[in-house]
Design a protein around this ligand. Sequence first.
Ligand code: F6P
Length: 361
Amino acid sequence: MAKRLGILTGGGDCPGLNAVIRAAAKTAYRHHYELIGFRDGYAGLVEGRYLQLDPPAISGLLHRGGTILGTNNRKDPFNYPVKENGRLSYRDMSDWAMERLQEMGIEVLLVVGGDGTLSGARDFKHKGVRVIGIPKTIDNDLAATDQTFGFDTAVRTATDALDKLHTTAESHHRVMVLELMGRYAGWIALYSGLAGGADVILIPEIPWHIDGVLAKIRARQAEGKPFSIVVVAEGIKSPQGELVVKRVVEDSAEKVRLGGAGQMVGKLIEERGGIETRVTVLGHIQRGGSPSAYDRVLATRFGQAAAELAIQGIHGVMVCLQGSEISHVPLEEAVSKLRTIPPDHQLIQTARAIGISFGEI
Ligand code: F6P
């Protein structure tokens, strides 16, 4: 049997996943390894659904968004949903998955994911499986890497939306609120707010008050600017100090799905400020589309580095970006904490210095 590596993409998709798959496959192939791609995240591993990522299978992938392997952010192999006699129960399928990898002769499994998927990779490592993590998420919230791929493309998409909202806000003398993703980190909101000329940016890391938001909008009105742009990260808390939750997905490692913060802020601006406001929720558009050049390059570097490490016999790590260099850290470190924005981050200082409000009073 030829030497083999495996790869799967788990969690929410993001632009650049296909570029990782392509780079890992090309690297493996050059070293006379086969790369097996499991479909739909860990589900393909548990259920035996996979394909061989040979040169024809990876052709034309670089610019394509999404993942040709499919993904899901529900099926945790350590707590796997199984239907028996119409009833749903959960089972630990990790031993089964481990045996499957052995049977197939897969030396190392490359796991491309965010913190949920990579926690699974860490748990497989502790069972003795040879795994390498590759960090992806538009949220950019993984502590052990300076950046994840997918983030740059999401920021560009959000910036483009802000450019479009600007013209209509100005024409109608309105406040436009844009709700952006990012979970418990405000990176997408901060970067795109800066790039898109937001007047107010609300992020989970900085407590806000509606009076702070209204003060900025009114100051602009007093300067003869009767329109304002307010960027809201989905992870901000309500005035009562609670997360704004859209739904709870019970069979997911990350059960809480955020959503509704933009509507909440828009309503408060209208009710407390008497200022006409419209709310846009950019949603999953942030996860779609062709990856930016930056994300293609980062994803390619990660895919190549991960395959190269696997072939060299290094595993139990996650590849990461440190400054401008690709490096790797133990998987335990990769999932130990979220990377949120330090309140004294230089970008926050820059934003404040040019008059952007974070809704503080
Ligand atoms: O983690 C990526 C992300 O897009 C978050 O920004 C967002 O909160 C979440 O996934 C949405 O999840 P779903 O696709 O399950 O609605």
